[in-house]
Each structure stands twice: as structure tokens, then as C-alpha cells.
Design a protein around this ligand. Sequence first.
Ligand code: ADP
Ligand code: MG
Length: 400
Amino acid sequence: MCYGNSTFGGGIKLIEVKNVTKKYGSFVAVNNISFTVNDGEVVGFLGPNGAGKSTTMNMITGFIEPTEGTIVVNGNDIMKKTKKAKKDIGYMPENVPLYNDLTVKEFVSYMAELKLVKKAQRKEEVEKVLKQTGLVEVQNKLTKNLSRGYKQRTSLAGALVGNPEVLILDEPTVGLDPKQIIEIRNLIKELGKEHTVMVSSHILSEISQLCDRVIIINKGEIVAIDKPENLEDKTKEQNIVYVTVEDKEDKMSTIKEKIPEILEIKMIKDNEDGTKQYQVISDQENDIRKILFDVLPKEEITIFELKKAETSLEDAFIKLVDDATEEYNKKQAEKERKEKEEFEKELQEEEEEIKRKKEEKAKKKEERAKKKQEKAKEKQEKKENKKNEKEQSKEEGGKN
Ligand code: ADP
Ligand code: MG
């Protein structure tokens, strides 16, 4: 299962997740994610608790519907050709949901029936799977009486029966002790030779050795997709060294000026024996250790200990998730700021509209009053005119 590049360009796409979003009410559990898993690949699906791993796996296996987007498994749209698509998938959900009153063998047989394994082949298929998962010895035990490790195996057997192309395993090592973890890991490694596997975990180191690629998810968004070794490199942007020194004249405070390769230096420990530990950060190209060994003695600084900080894959994972969380929080804060701004703008517009209407009303009222006044004036004038006319005609009549 070793590929020469990180793109897996030549493989047939067995799982295609395209712009998939899942909302629970207004809560976005999975936000517009896209990725593919190619034929024969073992892909790790990693993320802290609540990242959206189970939600995504439940959508790939057709147990819940995406709010938006499409999922195609081995050429079949999981929402449109559910039966056909499901036949190619073996799913081991999280928390090992078993039927307590069935024996191991009965459970696996029942799963075979659900998987539409033909009756004539069922016995043989169940026996094969029990052997494969190391369950032959416990096949007649009730599943409720099994240890956690065997329960996990039984659930895996249920996923495996019917020989599906794709195996979706949701946190198969959760709750197991280190020995059991190694056993399950080896089992998955074996299965990876014959199947395409997507396996989730919240602990990277636990499954990184198994995987051709890892997909890292955090807060419903994909943070990185790459080979495990590349992820490690990605986060190694700085070179960090820890140095413990005896420095009676406090010359370390000026050492940064003397060594231009140092980006940052800070004291992290003031030991009781008079020594101090510093963290020295330089850029990636420079291994600062050689320079420190050369320069510090010349400054009469005695080196007691000098060590390089190694970024482990786990550190890489944590850093990616932390960076993504920071990015997410920033985006969220920006979103809230914009919403507030818009709300305030709307409020202001509303107030202005009210003010404008009020003014308009007052203006109209004024106009009406003015018109009324004019009319009254006109009436008065007419009245007076008439009166005048009358008086005039009276006068003229009197003259005649
Ligand atoms: P993971 O498997 O990575 O731990 P999940 O997919 O189980 O994460 O959950 C992702 C997020 O969606 C979590 O915040 C969880 O609380 C929420 N969630 C999961 N299922 C439901 C549900 N049925 N209703 C509401 N919220 C849910
Ligand atoms: Mg989960």
C-alpha cells in the first residue's frame, strides 16, 4: 500500500465527498467539506472530539443525510442508489453497537444476512470472517460477555462480512489498552491489503503508521490532507533549541545582537543551582546548535545542556488543529462583528426612516393648515366682496 506521490492521481475514486454540509438545526457540524479516497488506500480521518468525524462517516455510509452536497461510493450516489452503495460498504460505527443477546457467531451471521450474503454462502463467509478477526475461540460467547477488545473485533467482523470494497471504521481503537490497540492496528493493516479503508481517530500517532494519507478535520472543516510525513514537515517552520547555561555576567541578554540567526530568545527556567534555561528560535535552514557551541564560550557563558526540540507527528497534528481553531475563532469574531455592524446600520436606517416619515407628516400637516388658512382667507375675501357688491348696488339703487 505504498504510493510514490501524495496525490494518488492514478487511483479510481472509491469515495467522493463533494461540498458536503451537515446542519443540526442552525448548528453547522460539517461545513462544506470535499475529499476523495482512492481504491486501495488506507486513509486516516483525524480530529479532536466533536470535529465532525462520526457525522461525516454516518453520511458516507448513508445513515444520515447531508444538508447539502453529494457523496458517491464506488460510482453510486449514496442518497440515490442507497442499496447498491451500501453493499460496497462495511461500517464499524463508534461505541460498538452490538446485540447483547446474540453470540458472536449469531451476530456476524445476522450482519451477513443484512448484507445480502446468499444463504448458501453465508456459513462459509461467517467462518472466514471469524477466522480473519481472531474470533473463532469466542464465537459461541454472548457479545455482552466479551471484553472491550473482543467486542471491538466483533464489530469489525460485522463490518467485514460480505467482503465489501470499502471499510469505514469509526474510532476502532477507542477504549482499548495499548496491547489491544496494536492488535486492532495490525488487523486493520492486514485488511488494508484487500480493502479501501477509512479509519477515524482523535489520536494521530495511534493510526498514522497505518495510513497512506491523513485527512484532518476540526470544527467541521478540513484543515489538511496529506501524507503523515508531509504533515510533520509542514509544521516544522522553525528550529527550536533549548540551552541551559551558567551566565554570571548576564551576557545572554545581549546574545541576540551577536548571533543574527536567532529570531527569538527567551528565558524559560531560572534554576536553583544558578543556571538558566533559554529557548532559542531560529529559522528552518539554520541549526543554531553549532553556532551556540561556538559563540557562547567566547562570551564566557558555560553551556550545561543543549538540546533540539523535535516536532512529533502528534505536535504537528495539535499545531494544525490549534492554528485552524485560531483561524476559525477569528472568522467567527469577524462574522459577529459584521453582523453587529449590519444590525446597527439597519437600526440607523430604520431610525432615519422614522424621522423622515415624521418630518413628512409634519410638513403635510403644515401644508394642510396653510391651505385651510388660505381657504378661510379666500372665503372671507369672497364674503367681503359680496358684501361690498351688495352695498354698492344698494347705493346705486338709492341713487336711481
Ligand atoms: P466527532 O465524531 O468528530 O467527535 P461528531 O460528528 O460526533 O464529532 O459531532 C460533531 C458535532 O456535531 C459536535 O459538536 C456534536 O455535538 C454535534 N452533533 C452530533 N450529532 C448531533 C445531533 N444528532 N444533534 C445535534 N448535534 C449533533
Ligand atoms: Mg465520533
